[in-house]
Design a protein around this ligand. Structure first.
Ligand SMILES: [Mg+2]
Length: 121
């Protein structure tokens, strides 16, 4: 499995990493980016099975990156991880094709659910 984690906060990326199910963490190839441009580049290079994407980032935000990733791959599975719980933002990312919006910080239980729900690849 390939996993892409994109957030301008290194601490936020590490939190997701730390809380992922141990079996996944040990076996997956995990890539990290710090802005929307890196998200797109890393997505195209590695075609991850799942993406955890922050919204508020420098250079290019998560909304724009999500749009590009969805244009590139309609089967992409992008979970938005954000402290921005405004209904408008949620509606916007769902309309762009995100799988779900996850409240930051994401907890172990939710991460286990997300990985359990992934289709076999
Ligand atoms: Mg951010």
């Amino acid at each position: 499995m390939k996993i892409l984690i994109v957030d301008d906060s290194k601490l936020s990326r590490l939190t997701i990493l730390k809380r992922m199910p141990a079996a996944i963490k040990e076996s997956a190839d995990i890539f990290q980016g710090a802005n929307g441009v890196e998200a797109i580049d890393l997505y195209k290079e590695h075609r991850p099975d799942i993406v955890f994407l922050d919204l508020t980032m420098p250079v290019m935000d998560g909304f724009e990156a999500l749009g590009h990733i969805r244009d590139f791959d309609k089967n992409s599975r992008v979970h938005i991880v954000t402290a921005d719980i405004q209904t408008k933002s949620q509606e916007k990312v769902m309309a762009l094709g995100a799988v779900a919006v996850e409240a930051k910080p994401i907890d172990e239980e939710r991460l286990a659910e997300i990985f359990a729900a992934l289709p076999e690849s």
